[in-house]
Write a protein that binds this ligand. Sequence first.
Ligand SMILES: [Zn+2]
Length: 151
Amino acid sequence: MTELITIPGRWEFDYTYFAGEAASRFFGELKDSRRIMGVRCPSCKRVLVPARSFCDVCFQRTEEWVEVGPEGVVETFTILTAAFAGMPKPPVVIAYVTFDGADTALLNVLTGLDLSNISDAAHRLQARPRVRASFVDEPQGRITDFTFTLL
Ligand SMILES: [Zn+2]
C-alpha cells in the first residue's frame, strides 16, 4: 500500500473577486439599509439567504427580493480556539443562523456569549438559541457589518 504523506505549504496573497449581481445588492443592503435580504425562488418558494441569483435546488433564476430577520435561530456552530487570518481573536463563535422568514442559514460570527468556559458556551449554543443581527456603527458592505448576538 502506498504510504500517504502530507506536503507542507503556505498561501498568503491578496485578491479581489467579482461578487456578482446578487451578492453586490446583498452587501449594498447591509451597508445602506442595515437589512438582511434574501430572494424567493419562483419554483420551490424557498427564501434563500444570502441572496443569490439562482436556486440551488431548482436552478431557477431568482428575482423576488425579501427582507428577513433581523432575528433568527442558531442551526449549528463551531467555536474556534485557534487564530485564523482575517478572523477576530479566538475564541470565536461561528454560527449558521436561519433568519425569520428565511429557509436557508447564513454563516457569520456570533458575539456576546461568555466564552470563558468553552464547554458551557457550547451547551448553550446546542439549545439553538434565538439571535439578532447587530450592526456595526459604520457598515462597509461586508459580512463583517453585523454579528449575531444572543437575545
Ligand atoms: Zn427553488
